[in-house]
Design a protein around this ligand. Structure first.
Ligand code: 13P
Length: 248
C-alpha cells in the first residue's frame, strides 16, 4: 500500500500578511517539484490570502472552526466560511486546542464530523502528555483519543491522523523514530479495529519538533506518512528542506 506523503505547516498564531506573501513565493516552486502533498494551516484571517497564492499543488486548511450553521456565535467561523476562503482541510483536536482552550473529546469529534460532512478533509490530532507517557499510559491514551475523536466521523480514506506527543511540541524534543513508529503503528491497528481495511489507506503523520535534520529518519518508519510541522514551518527555507529531505 503506497500512501502519498503529506507535509503540513501549522502556523498556529504566527506570521502576518507581508511575511506570507514572501513565504508563498518561495514555497510554491518547492510544492510544484515534489510528489508529496503540501498543506498549509494559516491563521483563519489569512486563509484566503494563502489560498490565492497557493496554486494548484498546495492545499490550505483551517486551524479551527465551529460546528454550527451560521448564526449568533460571536468570534466563531463556520465550515462554509473556511471553504469559501479556499480551505480543503480542517484541523481538529490539536493539543493546544485541547489543553489551552479546554476542548473536550466531544468537541473534537463534532468539529471533525461536521468538517467531513461538509466536504472538508479532517486532520485529527492525538497524543499523550509527558505524565501519561511516564505512567506507561501512552497506548491507552491513543486508543481512547482515536475512539472518541472518530465518533462522529465516517470511515473514509480521506481522513488524516496526526500523532503529536504533547511533550514533543515546541520543545525541541523529538519522539525517537522507533517510539513514533510504535505509537503510529498502534494508531493504525486501532483504525483497523474501528474501520477495517481502509486503515491501510489512511495517512498518519508525526508532529512534534520536526526539523530538516530529523524528518528523513521519521519518514523511514513503516507507518509514518508525513509530518505536521509547527516552528520549523514558519520559514520557507526550513519547511522546504523538510519537504525535500522527507521525500528522498
Ligand atoms: P512544533 O513543530 O513547533 O513542535 O509543533 C508541532 C505542532 O504542534 C504542529 O501542529
Amino acid at each position: 500500500m503506497t500512501r502519498r506523503p503529506i507535509f503540513a505547516a501549522n502556523w498556529k498564531m504566527n506570521l502576518e500578511s507581508s511575511d506570507i506573501d514572501k513565504f508563498m513565493e518561495d514555497i510554491v516552486p518547492v510544492a510544484n517539484n515534489t510528489s508529496a502533498e503540501v498543506v498549509i494551516f494559516p491563521p483563519s484571517v489569512y486563509l484566503a490570502q494563502v489560498a490565492k497564492a497557493a496554486g494548484s499543488k498546495i492545499r490550505v486548511g483551517s486551524q479551527n472552526h465551529y460546528w454550527e450553521k451560521p448564526g449568533a456565535f460571536t468570534g466563531e467561523i463556520s465550515v462554509n466560511m473556511v471553504k469559501d476562503c479556499g480551505a480543503t482541510y480542517a484541523l481538529a483536536g490539536h493539543s493546544e486546542r485541547r489543553h489551552i482552550f479546554n476542548e473536550s473529546a466531544e468537541i473534537v469529534t463534532r468539529k471533525a464530523g461536521v468538517a467531513q460532512k461538509e466536504g472538508l478533509l479532517p486532520m485529527i490530532c492525538v497524543g499523550e502528555t509527558l505524565e501519561e507517557r511516564e505512567a506507561g499510559e501512552t497506548l491507552d491514551v491513543l486508543r481512547s483519543d482515536i475512539i472518541c475523536s472518530l465518533r462522529d466521523v465516517e470511515a473514509n480514506a480521506d481522513v488524516v491522523i496526526a500523532y503529536e506527543p504533547v511533550w514533543a511540541i515546541g520543545t525541541g524534543l523529538t519522539c525517537p523514530p522507533d517510539k513514533a513508529q510504535e505509537a503510529i503503528g498502534y494508531i493504525r491497528s486501532q483504525l483497523r479495529e474501528l474501520w477495517g481495511d481502509v486503515a491501510d489507506e489512511i495517512r498518519i503523520l508525526y508532529g512534534g519538533s520536526v526539523k530538516p535534520g530529523n524528518i528523513a529518519e521519521l519518514m523511514a518508519c513503516q507507518d509514518i506518512d508525513g509530518g505536521l510541522i509547527g516552528g520549523a514551518s514558519l520559514k520557507a527555507d526550513s519547511f522546504a528542506a523538510i519537504i525535500e529531505n522527507g521525500t528522498k
